[in-house]
Design a protein around this ligand. Sequence first.
Ligand SMILES: [Mg+2]
Length: 216
Amino acid sequence: MGFEYVIFDLDETLYPRKAGLMREIGRRIERWVQESLRLPPEEAAALRRAYLRRYGTTLAGLLAEGKVDADAYLAYVHDVPVERWLRPNPALARMLDGIPLRKVVFTNATAEHAWRVLQALGVADRFEDVIGIREVGLRSKPDLESYRWVLRRLGVPGTACILVDDRPMNLRPAKQLGMTTVLVDGKPEEGVDFVVKDVLEVGPLVARLLEEQEGR
Ligand SMILES: [Mg+2]
């Protein structure tokens, strides 16, 4: 089966890290950990780093240890006016328009947050679906099970998908399921098929992959 979907991560993939939105969300995550677990700032920060290393996300760590009301957490950490950090990006819209495959977003954030971000970037209508953390049963990348949920929802095998993400950790399970993996703004490593400096380079890369596929 040929390529059918390009699956984009949201935060710091469709907009650059320097936009600062995730820094703000990170501050809210830290405040949540401090307040809900009644920890001083340094201990909360250390616990969060440990969760990120071990589970991939703070929420996955809190859930694994039975320390969180997921709905309250997700509402709190995403309660940010995203328009303050993001502007419409016509170049991104053009790049997406140039990809002759179906496009979806797969994010560890909520689908509501994702749609707000896509609106702010001016590209919401380029995506046919957003798969957020609730849509994969509150599991999150890099939990292999979350990728299986995505493939079931899309109704295709991994080989039909190209996954674009800014974290190598999130690409490895995708690779395991047969997806082609693209890392945005990072270094080549295990599980990463291609590296691009900027998400705008994904368009030309996909065009090349489709050409190679035709030629096979
Ligand atoms: Mg990301």
